[in-house]
Design a protein. Structure first.
Length: 342
């Protein structure tokens, strides 16, 4: 058991919303530590689509998940947050008013005046497709996420699925693949219509293949795929060469310990006060995809907004003796000094 770590606020989750919360809290002289179950910052952006373009961040026409994480890390440098990665918060208990003791699965203990849950939807894990014998190939030639596109250059790639992830990676990897085959159980796709149209145009041009059916068998040795068999609705089987497979069968969300923290829930989401994003436990807040309220939109920009409002209420708990004066970074010399730009 390590010594207790004392901080103003503990943020659970180091995705984009958790990172921006560091910035908003830092402007108010509130120190933060962050805990994340992943071994890297960036949350879903870093884990699931680090090189996938994001188009709806205000003022940034296009940025990747990795790029957004890097930009946010640069933005919060002046506030020197401390990260505890590869750990999961297990318990949160009240030991004062306000004061919390928070423990992780590694035995680490924190004491803080507020807790901010920015854990996305909890712990996301990809669903394994119902393909016999797939396990030996996982993380060798079968992958559930694209960490680095260059690893797939010049390969015979098979993508399995019909949603946005399958279509997006079809369009992104097709230009660098030796050959790309998209496999879906039916000729009807759940992804964005524009992506479907672009995929069909590539098929029509002979630039990639589309197979309607399901993967029934894998061929290979020592974790390396050589081919996969595709069975269509009539039972006919086609053998397709491939040395890399990307199955996109969706994600399984595991809420984990959050369900046991005494928070008012709506299914697997945390209910919050829409004006402060505080939960039913005073001093504990939830921002980003983990929360729910009337009109909630699961967008990164919504999480940023929630973090800004949350920080105003947290200031009351951390600095109860100080009057909160709202300031703009564009005109406040004191805020600019904190950011190192004065």
């Amino acid at each position: 058991m390590s010594d207790t770590i004392k901080t103003d606020v503990l943020i659970i989750g180091a995705g984009p919303v958790g990172l921006f919360a560091v910035f908003e809290l830092g402007l108010l002289d509130i120190k933060t530590h962050l805990v994340d179950i992943l071994d890297k910052v960036g949350g879903q952006c870093a884990e699931l689509y680090p090189e996938k373009p994001i188009y709806d961040i205000p003022g940034i026409p296009l940025i990747t998940g990795h790029g957004l994480s890097e930009a946010l890390m640069e933005q919060i440098k002046p506030f020197h947050p401390t990260f505890h990665l590869g750990e999961m918060v297990t318990t949160i208990e009240n030991i004062g008013d306000p004061l919390f003791r928070v423990t992780t699965d590694t035995g680490k203990t924190f004491e803080c005046k507020s807790v901010v849950i920015a854990a996305g939807g909890g712990s996301f894990q990809p669903k394994r497709p119902p393909i016999a014998g797939i396990e030996p190939y996982e993380d060798k030639s079968v992958f559930y996420a694209v960490r680095k596109m260059e690893n797939f250059r010049g390969k015979d790639i098979m993508i399995v699925g019909g949603g946005d992830s399958a279509l997006d990676w079809t369009l992104n990897l097709q230009p660098i693949a030796k050959r790309l085959t998209l496999v879906h159980r039916r000729d009807d796709f759940r992804g964005a219509p524009d992506s479907v149209n672009k995929m069909r145009a590539l098929v029509a041009a002979g630039a990639m293949d589309l197979r309607i059916g399901q993967v029934s068998e894998l061929e290979g040795a020592d974790g390396q795929l050589n081919a996969a068999s595709i069975k269509d609705k009539d039972g006919a089987v086609t053998r397709v060469a491939c040395d890399a497979m990307l199955p996109f069968f969706g994600l399984t969300m595991k809420l984990g310990p959050v369900a046991g923290w005494g928070l008012e829930m709506d299914g697997e989401l945390v209910k919050v006060d829409v004006s402060t994003f505080e939960t039913n436990r005073p001093g504990i807040f939830a921002i980003g995809d983990i929360n729910t309220y009337p009109g909630k939109l699961k967008l990164i920009l919504s999480g940023f907004h929630e973090g800004a409002l949350m920080s105003q209420k947290v200031h009351h708990y951390v600095h109860p003796e100080k009057r909160l004066v709202f300031q703009y970074t564009t005109s406040s010399t004191s805020l600019q000094k904190k950011l190192g730009v004065a």
